[in-house]
Write a protein that binds this ligand. Sequence first.
Ligand code: NOJ
Length: 791
Amino acid sequence: MKQKILTLLISTALAAPAAMATDAGRLLNPHKAEVPVSVGVWKDDKAAMDTFIDELMAKMTLSEKIGQLDLQTSVRDRTGGTVNAEYEKLVRAGRVGGVFNAFEPKFNRTLQQLAVENSRLGIPLLFGYDVIHGHMTMFPQSIGEAASWDPELVKQGARIAAKETAADGVMWTFAPMADITRDPRWGRVSEGAGEDVYLNTVLSVARVEGFQGDDLAAIDTVAATAKHFVGYGLSQAGRDYHTTDVSEHELWTTQMPPFKAMVDAGVATFMTSFNDLNGTPASGSKFLLTDVLRDQWGFEGFVVTDYTAINELVPHGYARDDKHAAEIAFNAGADMDMVGQLYLGYMEELVNEGKVSMDTIDTSVRRILEMKWRLGLFEDPYRYFDEQRAKDTLLAAEHLEASQDAARRSMVLLKNDNQTLPLDLDTLDNIALIGPLADFDSIMIGNWRARGGRSKPIGVKRGLEAAIGDKAELHTTKGASFNFFADAAFAESRADHMVTYADPNDPKLAADIAEAVKIAKQSDVIVLAIGEHQGMSGEAASRVELTLPGNQRELMIELKKLGKPMVGVVFSGRPNDLSWEHENLDAIVHAWYPGTMGGPAVADILLGHANPSGKLPMTFPRSVGQVPIYYNMKNTGRPYYADNPNQRQEHYKSRYDDSPNTPLYAFGHGLSYSEFQYGEMTLSSDTLTLDGELTVSVEITNNGKHAGEEVVQLYTRQMVGSITRPVQELKGFDKVHFDAGETKMVSFTLTADDLAFYRADMSWGSEPGDFQVMVGTASDNVQRLSFKLID
Ligand code: NOJ
C-alpha cells in the first residue's frame, strides 16, 4: 500500500520546486516534528500543481474520478438522514472525495488512512464541518456577532475558529452564510449577518478572510464556503426550504453582492441552496452555478451542493428521477454531491450515455484535487491530525478571552429607562435572576455548536455569581418553560433534544411561577433571562409567532405586579416581537446566543464592567404581521407620514389600521451607557462629480460618565432613479471609541461608485441627480442633507 502513496508523493516532489522536494520517507511519518507543515504552493507554483494533477488524473479510472465528486457525512453529527452507513467501504474503494461531520485528529487520521493507505491511488480525503460561529470556543451566534458592526472582531472570531478547526482534524468549513434575511420567522436568520446587503457583504468578506487567512496551505487556516447560493433567505412565509421568487433587480441588488464579494476575496468553495429560485431549484441552476459564478465572476474553487439537494430536484418537480437529477445538477455546475450519492450511483451511466461529458467530469475533479493541493494534503495528508496541537489550541485562554470580548461587544441595549442599567452593587442587596435561561449553561452557544458542546459554556447564573461575589445575594429560579411545538407527536420525538419542552397544562408551570414570585418579592431588582430555546432557530426551525414562547409572558405578568425594577436579558437567534417586554420592562439587553463565555459577558454588561455597543443588524417588528419589515424599503406611491397633522388625508395611504408602520426597534438601533451627542453634520460640497469625492462629517461628544463605543452610520437616498430606489441604503459605518467627555470628528468619504446600482437596463453604475445623505446613530435616528451627483 505504501507504494501507492509514494508514487503520488514522488510525482509531487518532481513537479515541485526545490523547497517542496521533501524526502518522501519523511512524509510518510507525519508525526515527526520536522515534517514541513506549510507549502504555500497555490500562488507561486500553479504550474507544479497542474503537472501533479495532470499526472494523477491520467491514472484515475472514471469510477475514481466520480469518487472525488462525492461527499459523505460521518456518523458523528448529521443535519438530515444519511443514506450511507457504509462510507468506509466506499473510502477504501476510492469512491469518496470528502467527509464531513468527522473531527478529532485521531478519528480523522483513521479515516484518512483508509483513503491514503488503503485505496488504489491514495488520494487524501477533504474533511469538512459546519464551523459557523466557533469550533470549540464558541463566539456569539452569527447574527449576534454581526450586531457588533465590527469587521475586525468578526474576522478575529473566524480566525480563532479556523485555528481550532484546523487543529481538530478539519480543513474546510461550511461558512459563512451570506443569505440576506428579512423574515424573522425563518430560523436561519441566526446564521447570517441580517437584513442589509452592505453590512452582510463587509462581514461575509471578514469571515472569509478570518477562516482562510493569507494562505490556505498554512496549518491554521481552513477553506471557507460561501453559502447558500442563492436566495435562500427569501423562503416564502419564513418556512425553511420553501420556494423563493424574486425580481431580477432585487436578486442582483440584494442577494448577489455578498457572494460576488466573497469570490473577489478568494473564497475556496460555494454551496448551493435548497430553494427553488424563480422556477429553477438553485442546486440545478446552470444560470447560477455556471453563467454567473464561473463565466461572470470567474470563481475557481469548487461547488458543493447542500445536503441531498440534488435528490430534492425530484420532489421540486424539476427532475423525473434521481438519475435525471444527477444529470441536471452536474451539468448545471454542481461539482460535489453532498450525501445524496447520486453522482456515485448514476454518473458512470450518464457518461456512457453521452449525457455528461468526460470534459465536465475532468473539470470538476480537477477543481476538487486543486483544493486538496492548496490545503497541503498531497504534501502531507496527515498534517491536520496532531493531537498535541489540538490540545494546545482548543479552548486556549486567549480564545476564551476573545469570545467574551466578542459577546460583550455584540449585545444590544434595546431600552434603558431611568438608567436602570448598569446595576449598582453598592445599592443592591438582593438580585433575583429568573427565567428559563437563568441557569442553562449549554444554551449560551446557540445552534450550530460544532464542538462547542464540550466547551463547558458558562451561563448567566454562574457568570453573575462570579462577578457579584459577596457584594449582593443572588437567587435564581427558572419560573417558566419553553413550549413550542404545534405537533405534539413531533415534540415527543424531539423531547430529548428540546430538554425544556413542557405541556402547557402541566400544573408544575403554575408552581414554577409561584416560586419565582416568592424569590422576586425579596429582591431589589428582577433580572429576567428570557428568550428562545436554541433549537427554535437554525435549520428547519421556523416559527409563525415571534413572541417569547411558552409561559414566559405569564411569568412576567405576575412579576410585574410586584412593582420592582425589571431588566430583561433576551437570548434568541432572531428578532422577536418584544412589544410587551418593551412596554413593561425597565431595561432590555439583547444577548443573542453569546457563546462559551456568555454568562460572564452578560455579567460584564449588567454590572457596567463593559458598555453595550451592539446595533441591530435586523429590524425588530412590533408584531409578526409586519413581516417582512426592513429599513431600506421603497417609498410607495402613497407613503404614510404618521406625524401629518391632517390625519384624514393619510387614510388612503400605505399603512395598517391596527399597527403603526414603524418597527419596535429599527435596524441600527442600540443604546449605550454613554450619551452620544451628535453635532450638526456638514458636507464638503453640495455637489459630487462622477470622479470626485464628498466628505460627510459630524462631531460627536460622549456626554456620559462611561467610556463607550458608538457605531456611526452613513446612509444615502437617491431621490429619483431609472428604477425606484429605497428610502435609505447603508453606505458606511464606523465603530468609534470615546472616553467619557471626549469629542471626535467622524468623517466618511462618498464617491459616485458608492451610489452605483443595477439601473433599469441592468447595467451597473450611478445616475446623476438629487441625493440625500444621512448620518446617525440608527436608521431611524439620522440627520439629512442634500447633494447633487453631476456629470
Ligand atoms: C444543511 C445546511 O443547509 C447547510 O447549511 C449545512 O452546511 C449542511 N446541512 C451540512 O451540515
